[in-house]
Design a binder for this molecule. Structure first.
Ligand SMILES: *[C@@H]1O[C@H](CO)[C@@H](O)[C@H](O)[C@H]1NC(C)=O
Ligand SMILES: *[C@@H]1O[C@H](CO)[C@@H](O)[C@H](O)[C@H]1NC(C)=O
Ligand SMILES: *[C@@H]1O[C@H](CO)[C@@H](O)[C@H](O)[C@H]1NC(C)=O
Ligand SMILES: *[C@@H]1O[C@H](CO)[C@@H](O)[C@H](O)[C@H]1NC(C)=O
Ligand SMILES: *[C@@H]1O[C@H](CO)[C@@H](O)[C@H](O)[C@H]1NC(C)=O
Length: 385
């Protein structure tokens, strides 16, 4: 009996000792939150796990953990004194004039009236310049025509709790008339790109403070795919055998669709890229409308007899569809033989007319034996009528 009592007692002592030793680690730790803030501004932090701040100051103990590497020796207690630039009330931590030396880890130890223990952690990092990219709360980078730039959540929450007022800045220039938590931009263009800063101006103990957060807005160019359309001439094209020719296959695929626009030449009967048939392709964005036009140029160094039999197919591939059209070569009718022939005929006619006119009598005499009946009329048909 005594032995079992003794054993029970020993057991109790051991478990109690363990309990008090592990007391610290029994405190529930919340996830660490992290904020990058601008020097000179103010910040109000309430841990995510606390829905609102209806606690007494006595339930909390806030301290700054100045060195994360050494032991507990470098711990700075934070006061509840309103005149201190860094102080707390219940679960909420106030920074009224942020300084770079305020950067660090802050922890709150919360003992609830029930005895439960919670610890909340926040990392604060104070930067000196407002265009530091560390201050950005992400990007707005969607393809919507109309953009919504929401005020970053921590700033929005400060404004709700402290009943502050919003102002907006684009690239640190004040935007007149924008004083809602969301900034709206209709028909956004590239010119609207930039850094949008939401500033909340709030009052605490009759003093005015600013808290701000920025987001970068990126406006993507709108892409409009359309059925590809061949712009260059199709059908028969004149060519001279033995001479070079360039065939142009030019395709319009839409607006700002550079990766999805391809023009090419395909030709039957002739092996590709041989016999001096060489094709080059380039895609270009034309003009302020950003029309995407792909152009394939087929260079034939020397047009041969078989090229006049071949079908050259101009193919345009867009995002959804392909189109094609046929070009054939036709021998050019040379005008030199036509002109020379014409001139010869003309000269011959003139020459013949001269002969007839000037040698009419001789001809009449010459032909007289063959046309005896028409002898009377010949004199009238002479040179001078
Ligand atoms: C704080 O408010 C919550 C609900 O908003 C309530 O459940 C809780 O009892 C309040 N605590 C104190 C200490 O008033
Ligand atoms: C101090 O911060 C470091 C890093 O977050 C953490 O590991 C350490 O436990 C903290 N110390 C105290 C006493 O909160
Ligand atoms: C707060 O911001 C306003 C403009 O939004 C500015 O006029 C004012 O000087 C700022 N005050 C402080 C204390 O930074
Ligand atoms: C090809 O044809 C298109 C449309 O006719 C024209 O705009 C373009 O300048 C031509 N390109 C060349 C290199 O001839
Ligand atoms: C095609 O033309 C390009 C440029 O004119 C040249 O660099 C290339 O060698 C040619 N290819 C053939 C197969 O002739």
């Amino acid at each position: 009996m005594d032995v079992s009592r003794l054993l029970f007692f020993v057991f109790m002592v051991i478990t109690r000792a363990e309990c008090s030793e592990t007391d610290k680690s029994q405190c529930m730790d919340s996830d660490k939150e992290s904020f990058n803030l601008l020097e000179g501004e103010a910040f109000y932090f309430l841990p995510l796990d606390l829905p609102d701040n209806n606690f007494t100051d006595e339930e909390f103990k806030w301290y700054k953990n100045t060195s994360s590497f050494t032991d507990n020796s470098s711990i700075e207690e934070i006061s509840t004194n309103d005149s201190e630039p860094v102080h707390y009330h219940g679960g909420a931590l106030f920074f009224l004039n942020l300084l770079t030396e305020n950067s660090g880890f802050y922890t709150a130890r919360h003992i609830k009236p029930s005895g439960q223990c919670h610890r909340y952690h926040v990392r604060i990092y104070v930067v000196k310049t407002k265009n530091d990219s560390a201050l950005l709360y992400g990007q707005i980078n969607n393809s919507d025509w109309n953009k919504r730039v929401p005020c970053p959540k921590p700033v929005m929450e400060i404004c709700e709790i402290m009943k502050g007022e919003f102002t907006w800045y684009k690239d640190f220039v004040f935007l007149e008339g924008d004083n809602k938590a969301d900034l709206r931009i209709n028909n956004a263009t590239k010119d609207h790109e930039g850094i949008y800063t939401c500033t909340c101006t709030w009052t605490h103990n009759h003093k005015v403070y600013n808290s701000s957060g920025s987001r970068r807005l990126i406006v993507k160019e709108q892409s409009i795919h359309r059925d590809p359309e061949i712009l260059s001439a199709l059908g028969e094209q004149y060519a001279d055998e033995g001479f070079g020719i360039k065939l142009n296959c030019s395709v319009l695929c839409g607006t700002n669709v550079k990766p999805h626009c391809k023009a090419s030449w395909n030709f039957s009967g002739i092996p590709k890229q041989t016999d001096g048939h060489n094709q080059t392709t380039e895609v270009a964005m034309m003009g302020p409308s950003k029309n995407t036009i792909s152009t394939a140029i087929l260079t034939i160094e020397k047009v041969s007899a078989r090229d006049f039999q071949a079908k050259f197919e101009c193919i345009g591939r867009g995002f959804y569809k392909s189109v094609s059209g046929i070009v054939t070569l036709k021998r050019r009718e040379s005008i030199i033989p036509v002109v020379t022939g014409g001139l010869c005929v003309l000269f011959f006619c003139v020459f013949a007319a001269m002969l007839v006119k000037c040698f009419a009598i001789d001809l009449a005499l010459f032909f007289r034996p063959y046309f005896p009946l028409s002898s009377h009329n010949i004199g009238k048909a002479s040179c001078w009528g």
